[in-house]
Design a protein around this ligand. Structure first.
Ligand SMILES: Nc1nc2c(c(=O)[nH]1)N[C@H]1C(S)=C(S)[C@@H](COP(=O)(O)OP(=O)(O)OC[C@H]3O[C@@H](n4cnc5c(=O)[nH]c(N)nc54)[C@H](O)[C@@H]3O)O[C@H]1N2
Ligand SMILES: Nc1nc2c(c(=O)[nH]1)N[C@H]1C(S)=C(S)[C@@H](COP(=O)(O)OP(=O)(O)OC[C@H]3O[C@@H](n4cnc5c(=O)[nH]c(N)nc54)[C@H](O)[C@@H]3O)O[C@H]1N2
Ligand code: SF4
Ligand SMILES: [Mo]
Length: 672
């Protein structure tokens, strides 16, 4: 029997798959975006499903927190323990002492939300600001355009100039690469702008390498050139933008020479890039998430969004800004029906930013007494992770983790609950890298006693004797309620559905920007009222080469996605994945290594005030001197000192949008 599904990973490609039940799983050749291919992460998905390390039963901790020793208990025992604890917390401390914590380990609509959201709303628990990945990009673009909607990435095939700005397409969005190759065959030039020479940069026509976190200066200088050389689109600007004169005035001092000093990119390169961008049509900027992880992350995207407005690039199909298309999909989803915020019944519990989990667990008032984690592995994925560990070690903290494996986070749980994999439960997957909403049919019955995220919270709600009926809606009811305009039976039969999108592929060609002025806002009253500069501006990060910590910690650390066989923190521990990627390392420029008495394969100690870790050195020319790289995703087990890349990273929040500045991290390195 063949069963169709859609990959659930937090990955823009949301590939279609076909499971030949119990035997095989492969790409769905009829999927319009992934066209029959999966990827080196998910090609072995059945090995993950049937891994001997799967958690298949509820477990109770018997060792110390972090030790990873558990005993099997029944679902009844587990939910009774959880229910008693949550009830006593609500009675003694109030529901805000309960913190739900989840991310996008499974980005299915029901896996991400639904019963869990209703359950915590009903309790009045603390709310989680889930803004680690993407919302800052949207918040930045919205301050310029009033909307975060960009153009369909498949329309890049019409582009003649493609700037891949802070995105590693060949690694992170691999099924888009054929479209870029098609554009090239038709004459497009591809320019990669990244502080790292990635595999995407290796395949580009041109690679421009600014210092991390400095691109805004380059964008300002590009706009300076476009304006001073009279290469802007006067007519489009007149019709559809606000604040051009102010912007032009503000940019007079932003010469390419000034930007060159900040970015390290030659002034002539910036000048030529600006001219190419302004004179080639259609000109596309393609970006995803990576560049938001800076103190000025939202300003990066607010400034980036000014470029296509200046040149009128939005006029053309294949011109403008292309980013996550999640917002096109979200227009189909009735969040209120899915999450039922009305169950808060007038209460307004505090909101805790997920990137500050360490602080929340060690310093919040009222104290976090109970932490419920699903779809997430914060001990690997959250910055300033040693503070997260300190919090999880608290003897008075009660922690529940619902996952498929004993992750670094699950090791600290009092109760571990077994989670299904995506082929074991029904869901709908809203993609953020293409315009098809995917159906996911359960292909096999759940292994062992594993349950889906919705069923997990139905069971906890039942054990608490809650009588709110919507906490017990079944999955198909949830799906029908959340997608009121979608023909669910047709979606189920066809496996995917294209979401509404302008037929001519030019979403902003004729304006319609939903800002206060109804125009693209080069100058923003709203930002000014919020205490930010009203015009695009470059503000150097506090934890940057020009900041106060640079004397003690002179090297900028990047911790990017890098491994073909990893998807965030998932897979690193599975055979055929971590073992084939060889193990963690730090990449350094030869000069930085030599200055510190280090060479290829020397053991280095990397440290700052947040933590330290020991890693073998790889000499690389992928980075400029002054930048070092620790590829991210490895677990503590894979490091002799049980530290991970996020032991070092910065948990300062972004300027706005609620994201976090992982990539403004300073370190020093010495021989271990
Ligand atoms: N230093 C550094 N840190 C980063 C990043 C970086 O580039 N550098 N990237 C950041 C980004 S962009 C992101 S999105 C986050 C990702 O952070 P996470 O979303 O936390 O990471 P994942 O590994 O994708 O998934 C977490 C867990 O979800 C579990 N899971 C999968 N399916 C299910 C399910 O159906 N139910 C349940 N209950 N669990 C399930 C997996 O087994 C896994 O343990 O990390 C961020 N952290
Ligand atoms: N193989 C694989 N694919 C994945 C993932 C994975 O873990 N593995 N994770 C998935 C997830 S959760 C996400 S969010 C997407 C992310 O997809 P992308 O956004 O494409 O990937 P990132 O690696 O986060 O960042 C892209 C690039 O931004 C660069 N960058 C960092 N700071 C700056 C800066 O200041 N300026 C510029 N110009 N560039 C900068 C980094 O060096 C990196 O090469 O990938 C998804 N796909
Ligand atoms: S992880 Fe991404 S590329 Fe791989 S199968 Fe899933 S959606 Fe496709
Ligand atoms: Mo992400």
């Amino acid at each position: 029997m063949l069963v169709h599904g859609t990959c659930h990973h937090d990955c823009p490609d949301s590939c279609g798959w076909v499971v030949t039940v119990a035997v095989d799983m492969s790409g769905d050749p009829d999927h319009p975006f992934s066209r029959g291919e999966l990827c080196p992460k998910v090609n072995r998905f059945l090995d993950r499903v049937h891994s001997p390390d799967r958690v298949l039963h509820p477990l109770r901790r018997v060792g110390a927190k972090g030790e990873g020793r558990f005993e099997q208990i029944s679902w009844d025992e587990a939910t009774t323990i959880i229910a008693e604890r949550l009830r006593s917390t609500i009675r003694d401390n109030g529901a805000e002492s309960i913190l739900p914590f989840s991310d996008a380990g499974n980005q299915g609509m029901l896996a991400m939300s639904g019963i869990s959201a209703r359950f915590f709303h009903h309790l009045g628990a603390s709310r989680l600001i889930r803004a680690l990945c993407g919302p800052t990009v949207g918040a930045g673009v919205r301050m310029t355009n009033g909307s975060s909607l960009g153009f369909d990435p498949l329309d890049l095939e019409h582009s003649r100039l493609i700037l891949l700005w802070g995105t590693n397409t060949r690694l992170t969005n691999r099924h888009l690469w054929p479209t870029i190759e098609t554009a090239r065959e038709r004459g497009a030039r591809v320019v990669v702008i990244d502080p790292l020479r990635t595999i995407t940069a290796d395949s580009a026509d041109e690679f421009i390498q600014p210092r991390a976190g400095t691109d805004i200066a380059m964008m300002l200088a590009m706009m300076h050139v476009i304006i001073t050389e009279d290469r802007f689109d006067r007519e489009w600007i007149g019709e559809y933008t606000f604040g051009f004169e102010e912007l032009a005035e503000h940019l007079t001092t932003w010469t390419p020479e000034r930007a060159a000093e900040v970015t390290g990119v030659d002034a002539e390169v910036i000048r030529r890039l600006a001219r190419d961008y302004a004179t080639t049509r259609p000109a596309a900027i393609r970006t995803l998430v990576g560049a938001e992880h800076h103190e000025n992350g939202a300003m990066f995207f607010r400034t980036l969004a000014c470029l296509p407005a200046l040149t009128g690039a939005w006029r053309d199909r294949g011109g403008g800004l292309s980013r996550s298309v999640g917002s096109w999909q979200e227009e189909l989803i009735d969040d209120a029906a899915l999450e039922r915020p009305d169950l808060l019944a007038g209460r307004s519990p505090r909101a805790i930013n997920m990137s500050r989990l360490g602080e929340a667990l060690t310093a919040a008032d009222p104290i976090v007494r109970d932490l419920i984690v699903w779809n997430a592995n914060p001990m690997v994925t959250i910055p300033n992770r040693e503070l997260v560990r300190e919090g999880l070690e608290r003897e008075d903290l009660f922690c529940v983790v619902h996952d498929q494996f004993i992750t670094d986070t699950a090791r600290y749980a009092d109760i571990v609950l077994p989670a299904t994999t995506h082929i074991e439960s029904v869901d709908v997957v809203p993609a953020w890298g293409h315009l098809w909403l995917g159906w996911n049919e359960a292909a096999i019955t759940p292994l062992g006693e594993a349950v889906s995220n919705t069923e997990c919270f139905r069971r906890i709600a039942a054990a608490m004797d809650l009588d709110e009926p919507s906490l017990f809606d079944d999955d198909l009811t949830l799906i029908r309620d959340a997608l009121p305009t979608v023909d669910i039976d047709a979606l189920r039969a066809d496996h995917h559905l294209r979401v509404p999108y302008p037929n001519d592929g030019r979403p902003w060609a004729n304006g319609g920007f939903p800002t206060m002025t109804g125009r693209v806002e080069f100058a923003s009253d709203q930002l000014e009222q919020l205490g930010h500069p009203r015009l695009p501006d470059y503000i150097p990060p506090v934890e940057g080469p020009a900041g106060p910590l640079a004397e003690r910690f002179p090297l900028q650390l990047l911790t990017p996605k890098h491994h073909l066989r990893f998807l965030n923190s998932s897979y690193t521990h599975l055979p055929g994945h971590g073992d084939r990627e060889g193990g963690p390392f730090i990449e350094m420029h030869r000069d930085d290594a030599a200055q510190r008495g280090l060479d290829q394969d020397s053991q280095a100690e990397v440290h700052n005030d947040r933590g330290s870790m020991s890693l073998p050195v790889r000499i690389t020319d992928r980075v400029r001197p002054g930048t070092v790289v620790i590829p991210w995703g490895w677990w503590a087990d894979q490091h002799p000192d049980r530290r991970v890349a996020n032991s070092l990273t910065n948990d300062t929040l972004t300027d706005w949008g609620g994201g976090v500045a992982f990539s403004d991290t300073l370190v020093e390195v010495r021989p271990a």
